[in-house]
Design a protein around this ligand. Structure first.
Ligand code: ADP
Ligand code: MG
Length: 477
């Protein structure tokens, strides 16, 4: 039987507010345990929550960016459950009236566009953390994260493969960073997702029973976890069994999912409106001031890169997936407006490779946008070849100076003077009579051999175009 996969994601996005959603404690990551907490976060009796205006602002910003309905009145509810890192015994969340209603986002999958529905995005507080390592036989509780604002972004079950789920996750990741509402750091848990997965016979209308996968903290693991879970479900169904609706944990070391708990229902949580918080009412002027602040979004920027700079879909997509990278690119283009495509090649090629090699982010790149623009300008004006430019790039990367300084210091200027190249060409031809004969006998591939010899003799500095022309002329083409 042919099976179809159905996936819906729930993404928890930590908002980049300075203080927590209902208290004045700092949200900075990585501090000594339990130093960034106040009475509200540790649930001292009588401590009362006060809504952080910036968290509402960021949630609305997200809602506007996905074309969603903004609920101008929304309600906070208590979701009751016991866990050591949740000292209140309930999480403040939003059940029936979330701040952000239905919206959508367009993903690109193998060059095809697909619209993924977003059911809702609600505000809630993060829990603390239970620390199992470092405390032999005990569990440590760190409440620094307790009360960090989150939006939970719930998608419709619109994805049909692990690849689509990853593309969707990447689009949301890119978007929240464009909006500057989340730092997007998946290792630190600022951006995390649960995947709901089911399968059904292709052609069937109703969805199959789903499981919810937790603990997937990288794009790669999302793909692997879904694939392995889909396989598991198909195996069960094909051998006549039934999939149990439950929450499963993905173990990336073993690449398997295992049962964690049976699926809880909303009524298990005894949700009710939090009596400590009034309804949240957003004024028109508040929403309009946020709309006015919206930056150019990834899709629009990608389209603009294609039309304005003549880039391919692929190049424009890669450059605009990350706001800092897109900014870097445009700064480099400002330094050399004549060569947008060449600059795109350098940013997506040499620069990306170096960032990757040294595990560095674009913000910390030792080669700045202006420096890259200056380097590419020297290729553009024939001072150096593309090949020599790679050597210069490496030197700039290592802090040896600007392109011009390095070209000067290392004597890398391209030889573009025919009267300087010609004697070298003559010399190479004179010392390779056999190859000349073979060339004239029809083995025209040997042109490359001669070019190589001349380039070698000039340490790569001869202008390759001129070398080609001179050789062809002398070989009687
Ligand atoms: P809950 O409140 O129990 O988490 P929801 O109805 O809010 O359940 O759905 C949570 C997520 O599960 C959503 O992203 C939704 O798209 C997805 N989902 C619902 N049904 C299925 C299904 N049969 N297969 C895959 N995903 C599903
Ligand atoms: Mg859920």
């Amino acid at each position: 039987m042919e099976w179809e996969t159905v996936i819906g994601l729930e993404i928890h996005t930590q908002l980049r507010t300075k203080s927590k959603i209902f208290s004045g404690a700092s949200t900075t990551y990585g501090a000594e345990p339990n130093t960034q907490v106040c009475a509200v976060d540790i649930a001292l009796p009588g401590a009362l929550p006060v809504m952080n205006r910036d968290a509402a602002r960021m949630a609305v910003k997200f809602g506007l960016a996905i074309g969603a309905k903004i609920n101008q009145t929304s309600i906070f509810d208590r979701k009751n459950y016991f866990y050591p890192d949740l000292p209140k015994g309930y999480q403040i969340s939003q059940l029936h009236l979330p701040i952000v209603g239905k919206g959508s986002i367009t993903i690109d999958i193998d060059g095809k566009k697909k619209v993924i529905g977003i059911t809702r995005a609600h505000l809630e507080e993060d829990a603390g953390k239970s620390l199992h390592e470092d405390y032999h036989g005990m569990t440590g509780i760190d409440l620094n994260r307790a009360g960090t604002p989150l939006i939970e972004i719930v998608s419709e079950p619109d994805m049909r493969s692990a690849a689509e789920a990853v593309a969707y996750l990447k689009s949301i990741h890119s978007l929240v960073r464009y909006l500057d509402i989340c730092d997007g750091n998946m290792q630190e848990g600022s951006f995390r997702c649960d995947a709901n997965v089911s399968v059904r016979p292709r052609g069937q209308q109703e969805f199959g029973t789903r499981t919810e996968l937790k603990n997937i903290n990288s794009f790669r693991f999302v793909e692997k976890a879904i694939d392995i879970e889909v396989e598991r479900q198909i195996d069960i169904l094909e051998s006549g069994g039934r999939v149990v609706q439950e929450t499963r944990l993905y173990d990336s070391d073993k690449n398997q999912t295992r049962s964690m708990r049976s699926k809880e229902e909303a009524n298990d949580y005894r949700y009710f409106p939090d009596p400590d918080l009034p309804q949240m009412v957003l004024e028109d002027s508040f929403i309009e001031s946020i709309r006015a602040e919206l930056p150019e979004l990834p899709d629009a920027r990608c389209q603009r890169f294609i039309t304005e700079y003549g880039l391919s879909d692929y190049d424009a997509g890669t450059l605009t997936a990350n706001r800092e990278l897109a900014d870097f690119y445009e700064q480099a283009v400002a330094a050399l407006p004549a060569q947008p495509k060449l600059i795109a090649n350098w940013v997506n090629g040499e620069l990306a490779a170096h960032l990757n090699r040294d595990n560095t982010s674009i913000a910390d790149s030792p080669v700045t946008a202006t420096m890259l623009g200056e380097l590419v300008a020297r290729i553009d004006d024939n001072t150096i070849s593309g090949k020599i430019a790679k050597e210069v790039f490496e030197a700039i990367w290592n802090g040896e100076g600007t392109a011009d300084e390095i070209i000067e210091k290392r004597g890398l200027k391209q030889i573009s003077d025919d009267s300087a190249i010609e004697p070298i060409v003559d010399e190479i031809l004179a010392s390779n009579p056999t190859q000349i004969e073979q060339y004239k006998g029809g083995n025209t591939k040997l042109l490359g051999f001669f070019v190589g010899q001349v380039m070698k003799a000039t340490q790569g500095k001869a202008n390759p175009k001129q070398v080609n022309e001179l050789l062809r002329r002398k070989l009687g083409d």
